[in-house]
Ligand binder design. Structure first.
Ligand code: GLU
Length: 428
């Protein structure tokens, strides 16, 4: 498949249409929910370090805010498009709804490759992004956060610009900030830990002990690392992890059958999650090309990188041993691949549920920031576990009762909640 030609917004709309059919939604509700409520598409001029000026394109899409302020991250990525951002914004609406947070869904992006930008250039991009949308975002309107290739430092530059323009301290404007500067303890772990909390619950349902399981992970960024950390604490063995290799422009998988050593791997990983191939080889890792992470004979697969990774072309390569797929990334599985996964009878924990820990903790951060009173880490992680576990049980019970695929069950719960909020507000 030509990954460039793939359009995630089409996948998001197909998934929505399936849920709308199952819920028998009327035309006006479909028209409202099938597309974003508001979109901002703008340019950001940056003075480059060599003195030249360069124009970047940025986006913010607010898919739906019936249940509360729009919420969702900002990605810096060279292949970002308005349709990627639309899809991700829509997925955020369902994610906040399935986690039962009083928030809507939004997403932002800038077409750029931070690998090739200096710190000053990245700071200007952050400040320029805020300048373009300042009237349409805010703690009670739309609350951004980090996502692919954006960090706590980016969030702090954005907050600073927002506060400069508005003339007030409003740390609740943005989440994923550094701890001590309005950030929440536990936020950096939250998405990965959340993924593993849902895996833990799925294993209970399948009557499998975590210590008897092996898992393979795609991606070695913030989500994957903390998912591996909690998985290992649960007694599981992480045998394979893949990451993108900037130099060769392809991904590599790193395998150690007795289990990877997280701390050791982190010492040879760059700030974008790229593992050094040569050094990994020296440390005894088998370095395998491309999609090897998906072909491993493991019990659990965790795609935690980008959208469009499990497709009709590689879903067949998933081993018959795999019992659970937990989607740490947003939109990693195409609708065609979903059909293959369903036929293999794999327990799917869909993105909107599996990776909801990040936005759940962002919600906690926002609450703390708005109060300017910060909680202990244990309190944050305890609340995270409660929210994730109850969201998982609600979806899984609904799936069992109605004999549904977990993705369909999660979608029905989410879409129904959002449709109801729109109806109650008199929008439809
Ligand atoms: N970017 C994360 C996501 O896709 C977190 C969003 C947030 O914290 O608002 O869920």
């Amino acid at each position: 498949m030509n990954k460039q030609a793939y359009n995630p917004f089409e996948t998001a709309q197909k998934q929505f249409d399936q849920a709308a059919d199952l819920l028998d939604l009327n035309t006006v509700t479909r028209d409202l929910l099938r597309s974003p409520i508001r979109e901002f598409n703008f340019i950001i001029p940056v003075r480059m370090d060599d003195g030249s000026k360069k124009i970047f394109r940025g986006f913010r899409v607010q898919h739906n805010d019936a249940r509360g302020p729009a919420k969702g991250g900002i990605r810096f990525h060279p292949l970002e498009t308005i349709d990627t951002v639309r899809a991700l914004a829509m997925w955020m609406t369902w994610k906040t709804a399935v986690a039962d947070l009083p928030l809507g869904g939004g997403k932002g992006g800038v077409i750029c490759d931070p690998h090739n930008l200096s710190s000053s250039e990245q700071e200007q991009l952050c400040r320029g992004w805020v300048q373009q949308v300042v009237k349409n975002v805010g703690p009670h309107t739309d609350v951004p956060a980090p996502d692919v290739m954006t960090s706590a430092q980016h969030m702090l530059w954005m907050l600073d610009e927002y506060e400069k323009i508005t003339g007030e301290r409003k740390p609740g404007f943005i989440t994923g900030k550094p701890v001590g500067m309005g950030g929440s303890l536990g936020r950096k772990e939250a998405t990965g830990y959340g993924v593993m909390i849902t895996v833990r619950e799925a294993l209970k349902e399948l009557n499998i002990k975590p210590e008897n399981t092996r898992a393979s992970f795609q991606g070695f960024g913030n989500v994957s690392r903390y998912a591996i950390e909690l998985f290992q604490q649960m007694g599981g063995t992480a045998t394979c992890v893949s990451c993108w290799d900037q130099e060769s422009n392809q991904s590599n998988s790193f395998r150690k059958n007795e289990g990877i050593d997280l701390d050791e791997l982190l010492t040879i990983t760059d700030s974008f999650g790229g593992i050094n191939k040569l050094k990994a080889g020296e440390l005894g890792y088998e370095v395998l090309p491309g999609d090897a992470w998906i072909e491993q004979e493991v019990d659990i697969l965790v795609p935690a990188a980008m959208e469009n990774q499990i497709t009709s072309e590689n879903a067949d390569k998933i081993s018959d041993k795999v019992k659970i797929i937990a989607e740490g990334a947003n939109g990693p599985t195409t609708t065609e691949a979903d059909t293959i996964i369903k036929s293999k009878n794999i327990f799917m924990i869909p993105d909107l549920l599996a990776n909801a820990g990040g936005v759940t903790c962002s919600y906690f951060e926002q609450v703390q920031s708005n109060m300017n009173y910060y909680w202990e880490k244990d309190e944050v992680l305890g609340k995270l576990d409660l929210k994730m576990t109850s969201a998982f049980i609600a979806v899984s019970d609904f799936a069992k009762t109605n004999k549904l695929y977990m993705r369909d069950a999660a979608y029905i719960i989410a879409v129904d909640r959002v449709a109801q909020a729109c109806k109650d507000r008199g929008w439809i």
